[in-house]
Structures are given as C-alpha cells and as structure tokens.
Design a protein. Structure first.
Length: 320
C-alpha cells in the first residue's frame, strides 16, 4: 500500500514561494528606486568609498559654482581694463593730434572725457560691491568726481584712491588657488597722474611729477606756444607706456580667464567621472533590474500555481 502525504511538499513549496516573494520585493525596490540597497549596511563593503566619492563630488560642484562667479568677475575686469586702455589711447592720440595740428581744439574735452571714463570704470560694481576696491567692497575706490579736484590732490594723486591692497584669492580646484583681484590704484594711478599733469598745465601750474616741464605753464592755446609743444611732446612717452601697461594688465587678466575656463572644463570631466563611479556602487542597471523583476514575478507565479495544485490534491485523486 502506498502512503499519500502532501504536508512535506506543501512546506517545501511554501518556503520556495516565500523566497520568490522576497526576490520580487528586492527586484521591485531596484526598479522603483534605481538603487542597489536602501541602507549603507547592505553595501557596507563599499560605504567608505561611496561616502568619500560623494564628498569629493560635493566639493567639485562647489568649485564649479564658485568658478562661474569668478569667470563673471574676470569678464567684468576685462571690460573695465579694455575701457581704460581705450581711454588711455584716446588721451595719447588727442595729445599727438594737438601737437601735429598745433591746436588745442578738443583737447580739454578729451581730457575731461578720459577722467570721467577712468572714474566710471574704477568705481564699477558687481553684486558683491566695488570691483577695484580690494576688500573694501562697500567703498568707492576713487573718492573724487570732478576733474578739477586733481588740482588740490597729491602729486601723484594717491590720495584720490580709497581702495586697500587686499586682492581676492580663490581656490579654483582641489589643488590650486589663483589671485584674480585688481585694485584701483594699481590700475588707475598712472592714467590719473597723466590727467592730473594735463589739468595742472591747463590751469597754469607746473606739474612736479616726472618729467618736470620747464614752463611757463599753459593753458594750451591755438596755435600752440613753444612751451605747450615741449610739454605735450614730453607727455607722449608716458602715455605710450600707460597704454602698454594697461594692455599687459588686460593680458594677465585674460590669462586668468583662460586658466579658469580650462579649470571649469576639467572639473566638469571630474564631476562626470565621479558621478559614474558613485552610480556604479549604488545604482542598478535599469534594463537588468526590469529583467530580474520579470523573472522573479514569473517564478513567484509558478510557485503559486504549483502550491494551488497541491492544495487541491486529496486522497480521492489516488482512489480508483
């Protein structure tokens, strides 16, 4: 006589079904969240690497954000320096034109225009305050607004500048810092001195900064006096040096812009690589996760069917 019993089979199939349910739940979690595990304890062997990588990613993204601000500031410096260089060129050409034409026509107006341009550029601002003020962001670096104020200023007019010498230094990536700040007296003292000399001559006062003219001082007349010709001719060398020096400053700023652009590009690559590295640790492959979920669902459905069939089996099935 054959003994008929389904209890042991039922327990085995029930255990298999529970395992299949667990696999479905796990696969469902992977598909829903996209992550390998819900808690670090489930990937404990990679926790240190993962947290270190996320910390690096956070720093890289902060560098990128900061560098975007720096690039904007460097662009503002470039615009101001370009304007200063153009103003210095206008001043030089006005002086040369007056000498060549032996005429003072338009010279004083050009000098005043250059003064206004210098004050405007040196007192330019961004969201953080005055660009050329050093760390005194809330104080305008040039404290005069009328060209005639240069007549009572020191020679050279160092007292018209209120900036300090603390230039901005930024950390551009994990290993490098870059000094990007420019201050008003460094950029504008020479051109302000040139303007002061011309204003003083026009006012009938001999400048005491080099080269000291013989005089008597102006104002410049039309046609030019011999003294005016000699004075203006003596200004050309300083003005040429001024234009050259401003061009060099702009070139240095442009080099900083290039360095920053290359740094941002390099950080973008590092961010992408770090994100991929992190994803390889904590994220699942979406296609693979869906495939595993389908397989787990199929296995669970099969276990349901087998268990259902077994539960419907009785002794009567074996009686003829």
């Amino acid at each position: 006589m054959t003994r008929v019993s389904t209890f042991h089979q039922s327990q085995t199939l029930l255990s298999y079904m529970q395992g299949a349910q667990a696999r479905v739940d796990k696969a469902q979690f992977h598909v829903t969240t996209g992550h390998v595990a819900e808690f670090y304890k489930d990937i404990y062997q990679d926790t240190s690497t993962l947290t270190g990588s996320k910390s690096l990613l956070s720093r890289l993204e902060q560098h990128k954000e900061n560098n975007g601000v720096v690039l904007s500031e460097l662009a503002a410096y470039d615009q101001a320096l370009g304007g200063m260089e153009s103003a210095a060129t206008d001043l030089k050409e006005a002086v040369m034109g007056a000498i060549n034409a032996s005429s003072a026509l338009g010279l004083e107006a050009t000098i005043e225009g250059v003064f206004d341009a210098v004050v405007g550029f040196m007192n330019s601002q961004n969201t953080e305050g005055y660009l050329f003020a050093g760390s005194k962001k809330d104080t305008s670096p040039i404290n005069i607004s009328d060209m005639n104020d240069l007549l009572t200023a020191l020679e050279p007019p160092t007292d018209v500048f209120d900036n300090n010498t603390l230039k901005r230094t930024v950390r551009v990536d994990e290993n490098r810092t870059l000094e990007i700040g420019l201050v008003a007296d460094e950029v504008g003292l020479d051109i302000m001195t040139a303007v002061q000399r011309l204003v003083m001559w026009q006012n009938g006062t001999l400048p005491t900064t080099a080269p000291v003219p013989t005089g008597p001082a102006g104002p410049v007349t039309t046609p030019l006096r011999d003294e005016d010709q000699a004075f203006l001719t003596g200004e050309i060398a300083n003005l040429e040096n001024l234009v050259r020096d401003l061009g060099e400053l702009r070139g240095e700023n442009g080099l900083n812009q290039k360095v920053m652009e290359q740094t941002v590009e390099a950080i973008d690559v590092q961010i992408t690589q770090t994100k991929i590295f992190i994803s390889n640790i904590e994220d699942v492959d979406a296609a693979e996760a869906i495939t595993k979920l389908n397989e787990a669902n199929f296995a669970l459905e099969a276990s349901y069917n087998v268990l259902s069939q077994l539960n419907r089996t009785t002794l009567l099935n074996y009686l003829s």
